[in-house]
Design a protein around this ligand. Structure first.
Ligand code: PLP
Length: 265
């Protein structure tokens, strides 16, 4: 029987903690009723405290993985995470250009949550000139938007610069601020800005950004109106963090199946 489950093709790196990267994407997308087609761009060695090392997958192997899926399955959305180097960003952009009808959600992963760089090159130019112009939605945090923009003095100006490149929407997450609540802002190319406040939680989490971007991709793949899809994704991500659990000696991991009894046992 043919399934109506929307397929989301994800470009991202592995994380052996199971907290971030591709495992976050598979968990969030599956939990929200989508099928994740994981295209591996990099393999990382890390625990819940720090990244120890990583290696990029050769670009031709990244391309081969993605082409195999795009020729086989009806992909409803493309989501990008850790893209490692300029060559991979360029290859991913070429693939997106071949399928212009598929919405692209870009989580511009530059650093891990411990601050370690997850890229081999300075990726700002490649994101700006290649991938961001094709994004329906970009989901940077504060350090990422400051690294991606070349001229903005304020966060608003940084976001305006990213939108001017061609993305339809930027969801700027507020976890890295010192505000009492986490203030997330959705900026649209038409100048509208909507603020979503969520309660700040007491712990540090591993994979919250990946979870949020994948949850946005799930709603967009399901054809939900972008505004509602993003609102649902923020709400879902907050719940995964509220139910987060600690298995190692560092950060908490989101429970992307918090709604399932099996996740409690
Ligand atoms: N992708 C991979 C493979 C990672 O290892 C990480 C962080 O360690 C990220 C993405 C970004 O994670 P977060 O969602 O915590 O920003």
């Amino acid at each position: 029987m043919t399934s109506k489950r929307p397929v989301v093709l994800v470009f991202g790196g592995t994380d052996p903690t199971g907290g971030a990267g591709i495992s976050a994407d598979i968990g969030a997308l599956s939990s929200l009723g989508c099928h994740c087609a994981p295209v591996i761009t990099a393999v990382t060695a890390q625990d819940t405290s720090e990244v120890k090392e990583f290696a990029a997958v050769p670009t031709d192997v990244v391309i081969a993985q993605a082409r195999a899926i795009l020729e086989d399955m009806p992909v409803a959305a493309i989501k990008t995470g850790m893209l490692v180097d300029t060559e991979i960003i360029s290859a991913v952009t070429a693939i997106c250009l071949d399928y212009p009808q598929i919405p692209v959600i870009v989580d511009p992963v530059l650093n891990a949550s411990d601050g370690t760089s997850l890229s081999n090159d300075d990726l700002g130019d490649a994101y700006r000139s290649l991938l961001l112009p094709h994004a329906l939605l970009v989901t940077p945090n504060k350090p990422e938007v400051q690294e991606l923009a070349t001229q903005g003095d304020t966060l608003d100006a940084c976001v305006a610069e990213l939108l001017s490149l061609g993305s339809d929407m930027v969801l700027l997450t507020g976890t890295h601020d010192n505000t009492v609540d986490v203030v997330n802002r959705l900026y649209q190319a038409n100048g509208d800005c909507k603020v979503f406040n969520t309660k700040r939680l007491p712990h540090d989490y591993h994979g919250s950004g990946c979870t949020l971007a994948s949850a946005c991709a799930a709603g967009l793949a399901q054809g939900i109106h972008p505004f509602t899809a993003i609102e649902h994704a923020l709400d879902y991500t907050r719940k995964t963090l509220e139910h987060g659990y600690r298995l190692g000696m560092g950060q908490y991991l989101p429970d992307r199946f918090f709604w399932s009894d099996a996740s409690k046992s």
